[in-house]
Design a protein around this ligand. Sequence first.
Ligand code: CP
Ligand code: NVA
Length: 318
Amino acid sequence: MMNINSALPAAPSVRPKASLRRFAWDLDLSQDELVQLLELTAALKRSPASYARALEGRYLSLLFEKPSLRTRLTFELAIKQLGGDAVFSNGLIAEREPLKDVARNLERWTHGIVARVFSQQTIEELARWSSVPVINALSDLYHPCQALADVFTLKEHFGQLRGLKLAFVGDGNNVAHSLMLTAPRLGVDLAVATPPGYAPNPEIAAVAAGLAAASGTSLTVTSEPAEALRGADAVYTDVWTSMGFEDQAEERRRVFQPYQVNQRLMEMAPGAVFLHCLPAKRGAEVTDEVIESPRSLVFEQAENRLHTQKALLLMMLD
Ligand code: CP
Ligand code: NVA
């Protein structure tokens, strides 16, 4: 769309040229862009005031089909702290009109679309029909914005990513998929332990295996938490029942019990930090003792959602 602010002073030179048109899944960000994003995030976090007008006059559409605390608020704050603003709409995106019409309305008013959806297909359709960038704020298959904050948090904590081992214990869900598509490209060994029948999507796992092979890291998918935890520097879990799967909650509570991240499990990875995307169900996938322990980085992750998304917006919005 036309830049309505061409008369305003130029944005600071620290702003990179926007080139990314969609972040529908993790691999829309190339390896170089991923590295660039982490560097830009560090600069943004160090010196937020330098970027206070970088996206002046830019507006985001936030379309959320599911609840959110972190994603919604960090996108709103990110765009506002960069000098822009956001409008929000909740409910099923295509309830009243086709997605292709929604996309062609939003591109006339705003400079980017951030959507949290039930089906990945909705993101793909929005991206197909919109001339402005589209960002996946969580779908049934991916949570790519979360993975960015997670790897940034690990880098911040350990100083470097290459050579680290991350163990994900729980459901082979959207959060697991995005970690599988992101961590190997940064040199992180990844092991995912899920109950049988809840393994990651095999097509996504095959892509992730290719990425791991290309970057010389190991990717393990197992049903044994002990195998995943051996030598881990970080242990990650997420809810057993994701949004949209509530009708399976009872069965999942039973099946996932041996995968609870508790003190006994954490002892299998001495010294490892604990990660969770939040919201957490204490007493289910994680105990209160673990999430409240000094090893827990969950609020660092939550804070870093803001900084990584600022970097993403700078790389995407014209
Ligand atoms: N981690 C995360 O995406 O949190 P919300 O569901 O609150 O956005
Ligand atoms: N896997 C969870 C993540 C929530 C941030 C869900 O999709 O509900």
